[in-house]
Structures are given as C-alpha cells and as structure tokens.
Design a protein around this ligand. Structure first.
Ligand code: COA
Length: 158
C-alpha cells in the first residue's frame, strides 16, 4: 500500500467522518463517533491531516482515506490532538506513525491528548513519539470512560 499525507480538503470531510464511524474498537461500550458537522468545521479551522492511498490496494479506488489526525490550539496556548485513526485494513503499515510525524514536526508548544488507558496500540504509538502520562482522570467522558492525559513537550517548549 502506498499513501501520502496531506491537509484535508474541504470536500473530504465526509470521507473522514465515515472513517470515524468504522475505525474504533468497540471497547467497553458503543463508541460515539464525532458528527459530520464538526468534521467540516475541523477541515476548515483545525489541522486535519489525511493519509490517502495512491494505488488501488487495499481499496478499490485511489485516494481513499486510510487514516486521519485532527489537532487544534487550546485556550492555554497548547495544541490538543483530538483524534488519530487508521482504517482497520491499513493498520500496522506505518500510517499512524506518518500522521503523527507530520503533526508533531512543526509543534513548538506542548501537545496534549487523551487516550483510553486500555488502548495499548494507541498508548504505544504515543510513547514512541515521546508522549508521557500527565494525569489519569476516571470517568472523563461517561462514568466508564477513563482517560489518560498525555503530553508531548517539543524541544523548543519552555
Ligand atoms: C492507534 C492507531 C492509530 C495506530 O495506527 P497504525 O497505522 O496501525 O500504526 P503504525 O503502523 O504506524 O504503528 C506505530 C506504532 O503503534 C503501536 N502499535 C500499532 N498497532 C499496535 C498493536 N496492535 N499493538 C500494540 N502496539 C501497536 C506500535 O508501537 C507501533 O510501532 P512498531 O511498529 O514499531 O511496534 C490504529 O491502531 C487505530 O486507528 N486504532 C483505532 C483508533 C484509535 O484507537 N486511535 C487512537 C485513540 S486516542
């Protein structure tokens, strides 16, 4: 599989929303995907990266979305990495790594994210990039949805 990382174009927000509906493991309870409207907003006003396949495998069409990452500035001057997801048939091929590398390459301020502590693939990916656990908040979303708050400090961050 060959792919390239780019900034999502406005007309791709529905493709990313569709990926969000299938990319997540059904851990503990039914996952609630983000709505199509917010993906449109992120497309225009956040950093929304997509990994698009450039050959026919594993999809039937080229330029289908194999993965996506969304990140935006937070109120306290940090960046918040809200979501990274890779299509189930495209995992283990470096797509998540490529998205993270692109997202973090220009980061000059701390990057925060939350992750399910039981999501071993995601925690391992983040740790590979130097994210460290800042805090654990039980019941962060719904009562059974605990989250680790992880942070990445770029070399230039004060
Ligand atoms: C987490 C996710 C984005 C990783 O994407 P990916 O393209 O498969 O990742 P890569 O192939 O680039 O692998 C990068 C690293 O992630 C970790 N990783 C990936 N899959 C893993 C698995 N099944 N088990 C353990 N670690 C895993 C490893 O550290 C791996 O590095 P390595 O190959 O040197 O061991 C993907 O599994 C996914 O979309 N999961 C569902 C959505 C999700 O949980 N998103 C993050 C939530 S905050």
């Amino acid at each position: 599989m060959n792919y390239e990382i780019s900034t999502a174009q406005t007309d791709e927000f529905l493709d990313v929303a569709a990926l969000d509906r299938i990319a997540w493991p059904n851990m503990n309870d039914t996952f609630i995907p983000d709505g199509e409207h917010i993906w449109r907003v992120w497309c225009d006003h956040a950093t929304l990266l997509v990994a698009k396949v450039t050959d026919r495998e594993p999809f039937s069409e080229t330029h289908e979305v194999a993965g996506a990452l969304v990140m935006f500035p937070s109120q306290n001057g940090e960046l918040f990495l809200h979501k990274i997801m890779v299509h189930p048939v495209c995992r283990g091929k470096g797509v998540g790594t490529a998205l993270m590398k692109t997202a973090l390459s220009g980061a000059k301020v701390p990057v925060l994210l939350t992750v399910d502590p039981d999501n071993a693939p995601a925690v391992a990916l983040y740790e590979q990039f130097g994210f460290r656990s800042r805090e654990r908040i039980d019941g962060y979303y719904r009562p059974h949805e605990d989250r680790l708050i992880m942070e990445f400090l770029p070399a230039t961050a004060s």
